[in-house]
Design a protein around this ligand. Structure first.
Ligand code: MN
Length: 725
């Protein structure tokens, strides 16, 4: 349709034809630069490589592109295929042009692999979202068009791959941007490559049919021209260019024969004003009877890509159907150039660039479009693409997932499956290990690393972006908290029963306790027990209600710790700690310092949560110093060993297998890993953070030494929560 440009003078002439003030010296300079960079390179066809960027720039002139885009078109393959660098381009041609070339290069690297229909739309959106400038997409389309025009020089498999990609991704993109001629040409070239038999057959039949009906079409055109002249209406009347792929699609989709599709004589009338379109329509309908159901007013209601026209089919001379398209010159321009038809030139052919990313003409385009009621979806997608509030990322199998901007591997993991989210310990983005907090970018390939011992972490809520991930993490934490409260509550009540000389197991299951629960406003015994464990209800209060005859300790709610302090000497807690002097208290090891048998420890009586055990030296404990009365001396009970969670941080060289080797060295020391997270650093090192279950400090030392013996590990050390800040 638009012939390929083969000489620089030809290109300059074309630029000047629509942009007389263009900086052609710059265009020539870019041509010289490109010629030098590609010197000695040839295309598969044998012609000098330079012919390709020249042709691409030529296609851009057909879109009436600005000089910046044309220069970028001339240079578009220099960074990828020659020794030239992005820095060099920036130095020679400025930031804008270097940025456009980078954008085109980036899109060229998207690994299109999956051609399922629903994936294709995501690929198209990915292309748009990766281009922070619509000119990047236009250059990429021009590049693809010339590659399609010269496709026969490549070997068969490559041809098929490029044609497939073009029909799925690029032709629809050209359509989305409203560039009708390019969409049609791309589609016909794809058909030629993907279905050569169909293409050859259709070409033959179209030529034959055209010969047969040329006489007829000319006749109709003459009648229309005369009628227009008689009515004083201006208008050019043409036969329409044929679009083989369109014919093929109609035949396939509606299962009809070539004759049925192509039986129509198709005529286009281009006039000067919108009102004339309707006047001409009336004229045509007065000449021939319209076919019911075939009239479409795309002027009043434009297509989503801004296409406007009146379409009608009439029963023409000799009873044959004739299809008409009626539009203004401006509408025709939009139909041909689409988004590029709204180019506005300012001084020196540059485009006004308000915020560095989005062009004023594109803004106008959008604002103009906003008034159109039925094009919501197109609006949303254009905005989405331009304002970048989403990213498109790949699964390892090449499926594309749409995620909100700022999404992390945890969001991605939950988007795949709850189980994957709950168990994720890290991720590989484009083959490199990243932390869970890492923000994903369009075009990233994301692979989630999971561990069967991993559980969701409260901290994740601070960085996840999707509602789904948030909900799933909160849900898990809530269930965990309920379980924990129930367990603590049960322990507290059992002790209380024992103290009262009541059999704990039986009491917990008794109807009496259920009654007390219901009287206290709970539906089940477990609910009440959990409330005790959570600290909302004192265990002594439950006992008071259970045995009302027993003299109450002053009535009302008794706080747990005041009651616990009255406890008799008892057995050590499951955590392996006993209080010196023998008091039996509800206790827990503090999370800030995670003491392990072997560490020096102190107990602190909290309000409502029993006794917490801290390491001596823990800053949190020191901060509590003013409340010395609440400090209790405790010691480890070594008669019943149990395991304790410790955080361990390992610094290693970032290479494959390190995580696996460290994990197995831990396992060899009979220690469990309950959580692992990996972060790579800029210096090619990786930080591996583990939570490991050990029996005591001696055990921990053994584990740390074993880790340090692993090849690639630099250091392994224990981390206390207070050291992390
Ligand atoms: Mn190229």
């Amino acid at each position: 349709m638009y012939e390929t440009i083969t000489h620089i003078d030809q290109l300059i002439k074309r630029v000047e034809s629509y942009n007389p003030d263009a900086d052609v010296a710059l265009v020539r300079r870019a041509y010289a630069f490109s010629a030098k960079a590609h010197e000695g390179q040839t295309r598969q066809s044998g012609e000098p490589y330079l012919q390709h960027p020249l042709a691409v720039a030529g296609v851009l002139t057909a879109l009436r592109s600005d000089v910046t885009a044309i220069v970028a078109g001339l240079l578009h393959d220099t960074v990828e295929d020659t020794l030239a660098t992005s820095e060099e381009l920036e130095h020679e041609f400025g930031n804008d042009i270097a940025r456009l070339v980078d954008g085109v290069t980036k899109i060229g690297k998207i690994p299109f692999r999956n051609y399922e229909e629903k994936q294709a739309e995501n690929f198209r959106k990915m292309v748009l979202s990766m281009a922070d400038d619509i000119r990047v997409v236009l250059i990429k389309l021009a590049d693809r068009l010339h590659n399609m025009r010269t496709l026969e020089h490549l070997h068969e498999a490559k041809q098929q791959q490029i044609a497939q990609e073009t029909i799925e991704i690029y032709a629809p993109l050209a359509n989305r941007l409203g560039i009708g001629w390019m969409k049609n040409e791309l589609e016909d070239l794809c058909l030629k490559s993907l279905k050569p038999d169909v293409y050859a057959n259709l070409t033959l039949r179209v030529v034959k049919r055209d010969e047969e009906r040329q006489q007829y079409v000319q006749e109709v055109i003459q009648v229309v021209k005369r009628a227009l002249a008689d009515a004083g209406l201006t208008g050019e009347v043409h036969g329409r260019p044929k679009h083989l792929y369109g014919i093929y699609q109609k035949m396939e989709r509606q299962s009809i024969s070539f004759e049925e599709v192509y039986d129509l004589a198709a005529i286009r009338i281009i006039t000067n004003a919108k009102m004339n379109c309707y006047a001409i329509l009336g004229l045509i309908h007065s000449l021939w009877r319209p076919v019911p159901g075939r009239f479409k007013d795309y002027i009043a209601i434009p297509k989503s890509n801004l296409y406007q026209s009146l379409h009608t089919t009439v029963v023409g001379p000799k009873g044959e159907h004739v299809e008409f398209q009626i539009r203004t010159e401006e509408m025709h321009r939009v139909a041909e150039y689409g988004i590029a038809a709204h180019w506005k030139y300012k001084e020196r052919g540059q485009i006004g660039d308000k915020d560095g990313k989005i062009f004023s003409w594109l803004r106008e385009f959008i604002e103009w479009h906003q008034d159109l009621p039925d094009n919501r979806q197109f609006m949303d997608s254009v905005k989405l693409d331009l304002f970048h509030d989403v990213v498109y990322v790949f699964t390892p199998k090449g499926m594309v997932k749409e995620m909100p901007l700022g999404s992390t591997p945890v969001d991605f993991a939950y988007a795949i499956h709850t189980e994957v989210g709950d168990r994720c310990v890290g991720a590989k983005v484009n083959g490199k290990i990243v932390s869970l907090k890492h923000q994903l970018a369009s075009g990233d390939t994301v692979e989630i690393l999971t561990s069967s011992t991993q559980v969701p972490h409260k901290d994740w809520l601070k960085f996840v972006r999707t509602p789904r991930a948030k909900t799933k993490i909160k849900h898990w934490l809530k269930i965990e908290e309920q379980k924990r409260s129930l367990e603590i509550g049960r322990r507290l009540l059992e002790r209380e029963f024992r103290r009262q000389g009541l059999p704990p197991a039986q009491m917990l299951k008794s109807d009496r306790l259920l009654e007390v629960a219901r009287d206290s406003g709970f539906e089940t015994t477990d609910e009440m027990v959990a409330a005790v464990g959570f600290g909302r209800l004192a265990s002594s209060e439950v006992i008071n209600r259970l045995t009302p005859s027993r003299p109450s300790g002053g009535g009302g709610t008794v706080t747990p710790e005041s009651h616990i302090l009255k406890h008799q000497p008892g057995k050590p807690d499951e955590k392996g700690v006993k209080v010196k002097g023998g008091q039996d208290l509800l206790m827990q090891l503090s999370r800030c310092c995670n003491p392990v048998p072997g560490d020096r420890i102190l107990g602190y009586i909290t309000r409502g949560r029993g006794l917490t055990i801290h390491s001596v030296g823990c800053p949190n404990l020191e901060a509590l110093d003013y409340d010395r009365d609440r400090l209790v001396e405790v010691e480890w009970d070594t008669t019943a060993p149990s395991t304790h969670a410790v955080k361990v941080s390992v610094l290693a060289v970032d290479k494959t297998g390190v995580l696996a080797n460290v994990s197995s060295s831990i396992a060899e020391c009979d220690a469990n890993v309950s959580r692992a997270e990996i972060t790579t650093r800029e210096d090619r090192k990786a930080a591996l953070d583990f939570v490991i279950e050990v029996i005591d400090t001696a055990h921990l030392d053994r584990v740390l030494k074993a880790i340090e013996r692993v090849d690639g590990v630099i250091t392994a050390r224990r981390i206390r929560a207070w050291q992390e800040r």
